[in-house]
Design a protein around this ligand. Sequence first.
Ligand code: GDP
Length: 454
Amino acid sequence: MDDTIAAISTPLGEGALAVVRVSGPQALAVADAAFQPAGKSPLKPSAAPSHTIHYGHIVEAGRRVDEVLLSILRAPRTFTREDMVEVSCHGGPLPAKRVLDTLLTHGARLAAPGEFTQRAFLNGRLDLTQAEAVIDVIRSRTDLALAAAQEQLAGTLGRRIEAVRNDLLHVLAHIEAHIDFPEEDIAPDTRDGLERRMEAALQFIDGLLRTAHDGRVLRHGVRVAIVGRPNVGKSSLLNQLLGHDRAIVSPIPGTTRDTIEETASIRGLPVVFVDTAGLRESGDVLEREGIRRSREALTRAELILHILDGTEALGEEDRRLLEEFSRRPRLLVRNKSDQPLYPEFPVLDPAPLPVSCLSGEGLEALKDHIRERVWSGGLTAEMAEVTINSRHQDALRRAQTAAEESLQALRADLSLEFVALDLRIAINAVGEVVGKTITEDLLDSIFGQFCIGK
Ligand code: GDP
């Protein structure tokens, strides 16, 4: 990393401030060329002490580009562990762009997506789980998701992965020592000890793998489809559930007018509610397309919320929907509980939860039920603070398979070469999680998901 990168790190658009970041060995030289200090004791950036802020102007060919504050951050106490300069300029796409252009003229090059974070990883400032947590923090939509991402950013997951990797390395060292001296058998005690250590490591990996479901929920949300015949109160319920708990969301790509998708924080979990346009048969081409999309949204939902109207008899469509979703994870909701229950309302399985969108009755209980259904939560206390992502899951599954084979070979008294071979595969796979063993392609695919300037 002998070049110096620069990018606008704040979102494009109008704002009070924008921040342009520079990182690399030439960061201070670039700032010297582009920045004219002002005020009582003006200092050139390269003469300024680390972690200080300076007032002045970005200038290009003698012309003032913008009035700015410049932060000087010298290696190694910086995000990238390189020399860094941060320019706070006026918000708005044009001032930030012109400040960036000036910095690029003076020797910086435009950063690739995620390149600041990638440098932080490559320079040992973050392990790979922490680098990934940066994007989780940015994208988190509920308090719980944010807390989990921050825990990972602090290195909790990385430390656990390191611990299990060190355990496996310890076993490998023993095995390899015996391969080097084949005339000496492993003492039974030692063998027992090694087996127990591998068993413990496998148990630990299993515990981590069990967090994958909740990790997916926190990172991507869980999709809950609201179904029911017209007028049972689907829209009313959706509004109630979104209510004050509406999560901070960016629009979900692919949202169509036929199905409404909104994310709410349900007990801290990002839940994407899908209100389907209706599933009735229709001859109209456009409407049929809407129905097709509704059906597609329904197949992707992890939970079905089927709303019934408790003030009326079940209709034909209610029964059809009851039958259609009988084998899907679902909750039945009996809405309008503020009104008298229809005398011949049937007994259903599962028993419908009484709810009133008018009085609010039953809504809190419904939220508890939703949470219970989508959140495994049955994690050991030890694992409560970590949730792995799908990349970690893939690597840990490979580690699990290889470690199991290695343990079986050891138990079966097979050649220690076999034991070591699988153990090395397991150690490498565990190492992938934190980035100890990783390919260029994988790095590109991870950091390519970031935005420029991060
Ligand atoms: P949708 O067609 O299933 O989306 O149903 P809506 O949400 O549009 O509601 C249909 C009608 O039922 C409206 O007139 C609502 O005011 C009424 N409604 C919805 N929820 C309740 C409720 O809990 N109690 C009562 N009494 N009326 C409700």
